[in-house]
Design a protein around this ligand. Structure first.
Ligand SMILES: N[C@@H](CCC(=O)N[C@@H](CS)C(=O)NCC(=O)O)C(=O)O
Length: 215
Protein backbone atom coordinates (compact mmCIF):
# COMPACT_ATOMS: atom_id res chain seq x y z
CA UNK A 1 0.00 0.00 0.00
CA UNK A 2 1.26 3.44 -0.95
CA UNK A 3 0.27 6.46 1.11
CA UNK A 4 0.11 9.58 -1.06
CA UNK A 5 0.08 13.08 0.40
CA UNK A 6 -1.91 15.01 -2.14
CA UNK A 7 -3.32 18.43 -2.96
CA UNK A 8 -5.96 18.57 -5.70
CA UNK A 9 -4.66 19.78 -9.10
CA UNK A 10 -1.04 19.77 -7.93
CA UNK A 11 1.86 17.67 -9.18
CA UNK A 12 0.80 14.95 -6.75
CA UNK A 13 -1.89 14.17 -9.33
CA UNK A 14 0.92 12.52 -11.31
CA UNK A 15 1.40 9.93 -8.58
CA UNK A 16 -2.32 9.38 -8.12
CA UNK A 17 -2.74 8.84 -11.87
CA UNK A 18 0.29 6.55 -12.05
CA UNK A 19 -1.02 4.36 -9.21
CA UNK A 20 -4.24 3.87 -11.18
CA UNK A 21 -2.31 3.09 -14.38
CA UNK A 22 -0.21 0.52 -12.54
CA UNK A 23 -3.03 -0.89 -10.39
CA UNK A 24 -1.13 -0.02 -7.21
CA UNK A 25 -3.25 0.32 -4.06
CA UNK A 26 -2.97 3.89 -2.84
CA UNK A 27 -4.31 5.61 0.25
CA UNK A 28 -4.77 9.30 -0.52
CA UNK A 29 -4.31 11.85 2.25
CA UNK A 30 -5.78 15.13 1.08
CA UNK A 31 -4.01 18.30 2.18
CA UNK A 32 -4.70 21.97 1.69
CA UNK A 33 -2.35 24.79 0.72
CA UNK A 34 -4.33 27.10 2.98
CA UNK A 35 -4.36 25.49 6.43
CA UNK A 36 -0.58 25.36 7.05
CA UNK A 37 -0.65 21.54 7.27
CA UNK A 38 2.21 21.36 4.75
CA UNK A 39 4.33 23.37 7.20
CA UNK A 40 3.72 21.07 10.18
CA UNK A 41 6.75 19.20 11.60
CA UNK A 42 5.06 15.91 10.73
CA UNK A 43 4.71 16.84 7.07
CA UNK A 44 8.18 18.43 6.86
CA UNK A 45 9.59 15.10 8.02
CA UNK A 46 8.14 13.63 4.81
CA UNK A 47 8.93 16.50 2.44
CA UNK A 48 11.57 18.92 3.76
CA UNK A 49 10.43 21.94 1.72
CA UNK A 50 6.76 21.30 2.53
CA UNK A 51 5.80 20.36 -1.04
CA UNK A 52 3.51 17.72 -2.47
CA UNK A 53 3.69 15.00 -3.49
CA UNK A 54 5.22 12.97 -0.72
CA UNK A 55 4.68 9.24 -0.41
CA UNK A 56 5.25 6.48 2.07
CA UNK A 57 6.07 3.32 0.16
CA UNK A 58 7.93 0.10 0.90
CA UNK A 59 8.79 1.37 4.39
CA UNK A 60 10.39 4.50 2.97
CA UNK A 61 9.45 8.14 2.51
CA UNK A 62 9.90 9.93 -0.82
CA UNK A 63 9.27 13.36 -2.26
CA UNK A 64 9.68 14.70 -5.88
CA UNK A 65 7.03 13.48 -8.29
CA UNK A 66 9.46 12.46 -11.05
CA UNK A 67 11.58 10.42 -8.66
CA UNK A 68 8.47 8.80 -7.19
CA UNK A 69 7.12 7.81 -10.63
CA UNK A 70 10.51 6.44 -11.64
CA UNK A 71 10.82 4.42 -8.41
CA UNK A 72 7.27 3.07 -8.58
CA UNK A 73 7.71 2.10 -12.22
CA UNK A 74 11.08 0.45 -11.61
CA UNK A 75 9.99 -1.51 -8.56
CA UNK A 76 6.25 -2.12 -9.04
CA UNK A 77 5.29 -1.55 -12.68
CA UNK A 78 8.20 -2.38 -15.01
CA UNK A 79 5.95 -2.09 -18.08
CA UNK A 80 5.96 1.68 -17.46
CA UNK A 81 9.74 1.88 -16.84
CA UNK A 82 12.66 1.90 -19.25
CA UNK A 83 15.61 0.26 -17.52
CA UNK A 84 19.30 1.06 -18.15
CA UNK A 85 20.48 -0.63 -21.30
CA UNK A 86 17.05 -0.71 -22.98
CA UNK A 87 16.36 1.01 -26.28
CA UNK A 88 14.18 3.82 -24.94
CA UNK A 89 16.18 4.55 -21.79
CA UNK A 90 17.48 7.94 -22.91
CA UNK A 91 14.12 9.12 -24.26
CA UNK A 92 12.50 7.98 -20.99
CA UNK A 93 14.92 9.98 -18.85
CA UNK A 94 14.72 13.04 -21.09
CA UNK A 95 10.93 13.22 -21.11
CA UNK A 96 10.42 12.21 -17.49
CA UNK A 97 12.62 15.15 -16.48
CA UNK A 98 11.36 17.47 -19.23
CA UNK A 99 7.99 17.25 -17.52
CA UNK A 100 9.47 19.57 -14.89
CA UNK A 101 10.50 22.06 -17.60
CA UNK A 102 6.81 22.19 -18.45
CA UNK A 103 5.82 22.40 -14.79
CA UNK A 104 8.12 25.40 -14.26
CA UNK A 105 6.16 27.31 -16.93
CA UNK A 106 2.92 26.26 -15.22
CA UNK A 107 4.26 27.45 -11.86
CA UNK A 108 5.22 30.86 -13.28
CA UNK A 109 1.83 31.25 -14.94
CA UNK A 110 0.06 30.15 -11.78
CA UNK A 111 2.01 32.71 -9.78
CA UNK A 112 1.20 35.59 -12.11
CA UNK A 113 -2.45 34.73 -12.75
CA UNK A 114 -3.50 33.40 -9.36
CA UNK A 115 -1.05 33.63 -6.47
CA UNK A 116 -0.15 37.30 -6.87
CA UNK A 117 -3.43 38.93 -6.00
CA UNK A 118 -2.63 42.61 -6.52
CA UNK A 119 -2.63 43.78 -10.16
CA UNK A 120 0.58 45.78 -9.72
CA UNK A 121 2.43 42.56 -8.79
CA UNK A 122 1.38 40.68 -11.92
CA UNK A 123 3.09 40.99 -15.27
CA UNK A 124 0.99 40.58 -18.44
CA UNK A 125 4.31 40.39 -20.34
CA UNK A 126 5.46 37.42 -18.27
CA UNK A 127 2.02 35.82 -18.68
CA UNK A 128 2.21 36.04 -22.48
CA UNK A 129 5.88 35.08 -22.71
CA UNK A 130 5.53 32.08 -20.43
CA UNK A 131 2.37 30.89 -22.19
CA UNK A 132 4.38 30.85 -25.45
CA UNK A 133 7.20 28.95 -23.79
CA UNK A 134 4.70 26.47 -22.36
CA UNK A 135 3.18 25.94 -25.80
CA UNK A 136 6.60 25.29 -27.37
CA UNK A 137 7.49 22.79 -24.66
CA UNK A 138 4.17 20.96 -24.94
CA UNK A 139 4.48 20.80 -28.72
CA UNK A 140 7.98 19.37 -28.43
CA UNK A 141 6.66 16.55 -26.24
CA UNK A 142 3.53 16.04 -28.35
CA UNK A 143 5.60 15.67 -31.53
CA UNK A 144 7.92 13.17 -29.86
CA UNK A 145 5.06 10.73 -29.31
CA UNK A 146 5.33 7.41 -31.09
CA UNK A 147 2.12 5.47 -30.65
CA UNK A 148 0.94 5.57 -27.02
CA UNK A 149 3.78 7.66 -25.67
CA UNK A 150 7.10 9.44 -25.92
CA UNK A 151 8.91 6.10 -25.48
CA UNK A 152 6.60 4.12 -27.75
CA UNK A 153 4.40 2.17 -25.34
CA UNK A 154 2.90 4.21 -22.50
CA UNK A 155 5.37 4.93 -19.66
CA UNK A 156 5.79 6.93 -16.46
CA UNK A 157 7.14 9.78 -18.62
CA UNK A 158 3.73 10.12 -20.27
CA UNK A 159 2.03 10.53 -16.90
CA UNK A 160 4.55 13.18 -15.83
CA UNK A 161 4.13 15.09 -19.11
CA UNK A 162 0.39 14.50 -19.27
CA UNK A 163 -0.17 16.41 -16.05
CA UNK A 164 1.43 19.43 -17.74
CA UNK A 165 -0.75 19.05 -20.81
CA UNK A 166 -3.92 18.83 -18.73
CA UNK A 167 -3.13 21.84 -16.54
CA UNK A 168 -1.74 23.76 -19.51
CA UNK A 169 -5.33 24.13 -20.76
CA UNK A 170 -5.85 26.70 -18.00
CA UNK A 171 -3.48 29.07 -19.82
CA UNK A 172 -3.46 27.97 -23.49
CA UNK A 173 -6.20 27.25 -26.00
CA UNK A 174 -4.96 24.19 -27.84
CA UNK A 175 -5.51 24.35 -31.60
CA UNK A 176 -2.63 22.25 -32.94
CA UNK A 177 -3.85 18.68 -33.59
CA UNK A 178 -0.67 17.36 -31.96
CA UNK A 179 -1.94 18.81 -28.67
CA UNK A 180 -5.66 18.15 -29.06
CA UNK A 181 -5.13 14.52 -30.10
CA UNK A 182 -2.64 13.90 -27.30
CA UNK A 183 -5.01 15.43 -24.75
CA UNK A 184 -7.92 13.34 -26.02
CA UNK A 185 -5.85 10.15 -25.85
CA UNK A 186 -4.65 10.81 -22.30
CA UNK A 187 -7.94 11.92 -20.82
CA UNK A 188 -9.76 8.93 -22.34
CA UNK A 189 -7.60 6.55 -20.32
CA UNK A 190 -9.65 4.83 -17.58
CA UNK A 191 -6.79 5.36 -15.11
CA UNK A 192 -6.80 9.11 -15.78
CA UNK A 193 -10.56 9.26 -15.22
CA UNK A 194 -10.27 7.22 -12.01
CA UNK A 195 -7.55 9.55 -10.71
CA UNK A 196 -9.60 12.61 -11.63
CA UNK A 197 -12.52 11.25 -9.63
CA UNK A 198 -10.23 11.01 -6.58
CA UNK A 199 -8.43 14.33 -7.08
CA UNK A 200 -10.61 16.27 -4.64
CA UNK A 201 -12.01 19.79 -4.56
CA UNK A 202 -10.11 22.18 -6.89
CA UNK A 203 -7.68 24.22 -4.83
CA UNK A 204 -5.56 26.04 -7.34
CA UNK A 205 -7.49 26.58 -10.57
CA UNK A 206 -11.07 27.60 -9.94
CA UNK A 207 -11.64 28.97 -13.47
CA UNK A 208 -11.69 27.06 -16.74
CA UNK A 209 -9.26 29.51 -18.33
CA UNK A 210 -6.96 32.35 -17.26
CA UNK A 211 -6.67 35.04 -19.93
CA UNK A 212 -3.57 37.24 -20.05
CA UNK A 213 -4.72 40.86 -19.76
CA UNK A 214 -3.68 43.43 -22.34
CA UNK A 215 -0.89 45.74 -21.22
N1 LIG B 1 9.57 19.28 -8.46
C1 LIG B 1 8.65 19.00 -7.38
C2 LIG B 1 7.77 20.21 -7.17
C3 LIG B 1 6.86 20.07 -5.97
C4 LIG B 1 6.01 21.31 -5.79
O1 LIG B 1 6.48 22.44 -5.90
N2 LIG B 1 4.72 21.09 -5.49
C5 LIG B 1 3.83 22.21 -5.31
C6 LIG B 1 2.46 21.84 -5.82
S1 LIG B 1 2.44 21.55 -7.56
C7 LIG B 1 3.74 22.53 -3.83
O2 LIG B 1 3.69 21.65 -3.01
N3 LIG B 1 3.68 23.81 -3.48
C8 LIG B 1 3.53 24.23 -2.12
C9 LIG B 1 4.48 25.31 -1.76
O3 LIG B 1 5.20 25.82 -2.65
O4 LIG B 1 4.51 25.66 -0.59
C10 LIG B 1 7.84 17.75 -7.72
O5 LIG B 1 7.65 17.49 -8.90
O6 LIG B 1 7.41 17.04 -6.79
Amino acid sequence: MITLHHVAQSRSFRVLWFCHEAGLPCQVIHHSFFDKSLRSPDFLALSPAGRVPAVQVDGQVMFESGAILDYLAETHAPQFHRAPGTADRIAYLEWLHFAETIAVSLAILTKHHIVLREDHMRSPTVMRLEAKRLEKSLLAAARARRGQGVCGAFSAADVALGYGLVIGQKFLRYTDPALTEWLAALTARPAFQAALAQDGVPQIYTRDFYEAPDD
